[in-house]
Design a protein around this ligand. Structure first.
Ligand code: URA
Length: 191
């Protein structure tokens, strides 16, 4: 079977599994599971924290205000949203947008690992401290350690501010923009 069809099949099976997931209490309060979306063979993957209200209602990642900012930042570096893959640490909305509890994140992380194994991106961007903590280092300090490449298991990984954090604190816009320039450079270099 061609690689492309194989990835589609594997991802479909995973969607089915995640859609029926009841491994943590977030399953009880969700409207939709937000699995993630994008190019099955994306070279660039973005990982956020977890769905918010709009994402929970629509079943799609980053479609609310933070998503609109992410779209604008992608457009500014001339990368189409459809080229990349976008997902989250947890696939169900934490009530009132609280940070996912460690047990919730741990229950959900195998799904992210499978997504990464199927899509095989070259670059993984952690959007915010939660993604960086679970993907890079549990003690990750987003303000100090963002914008630095890490190479692990053949993936280039970087963290930047979460778009929602930039909306709350516009002083984060400039450093986030600098990170997006780095991401674009790596994306071109790894083409
Ligand atoms: N914030 C996230 O971390 N993920 C989304 O999908 C939307 C908002």
């Amino acid at each position: 079977m061609p690689d492309k069809d194989m990835a589609l099949l594997q991802l479909k099976e995973l969607v089915e599994e995640v859609t029926n997931c009841t491994k943590c209490p977030l399953a009880q309060s969700r409207t939709h599971v937000v699995f993630g979306e994008g190019n099955l063979h994306a070279r660039l993957m973005f990982v956020g924290e977890g769905p918010g209200k709009d994402e929970d209602l629509q079943g799609r990642p980053f479609v609310g205000r933070a998503g609109q900012l992410l779209d604008a930042m992608l457009e500014a570096i001339d990368i189409k949203r459809a080229e990349v893959y976008i997902t989250n640490i947890v696939k169900c909305r934490p009530p009132n947008n609280r940070v996912p509890a460690p047990a919730e994140a741990r229950a959900c992380l195998p799904y992210l690992r499978n997504q990464v194994a199927i899509v095989k991106p070259k670059i993984i961007v952690c959007l915010g401290a939660t993604a960086a903590k679970y993907i890079i280092d549990p003690n990750f300090k987003i303000t100090q350690q963002r914008g630095q490449w890490i190479e692990r298991k053949g993936y280039y990984i970087i963290a930047t501010f979460h778009p929602a954090a930039i909306l709350r604190d516009p002083s984060k816009k400039k450093p986030a923009w600098e990170d997006f320039i780095l991401i674009k450079e790596k994306y071109l270099a790894e083409g």
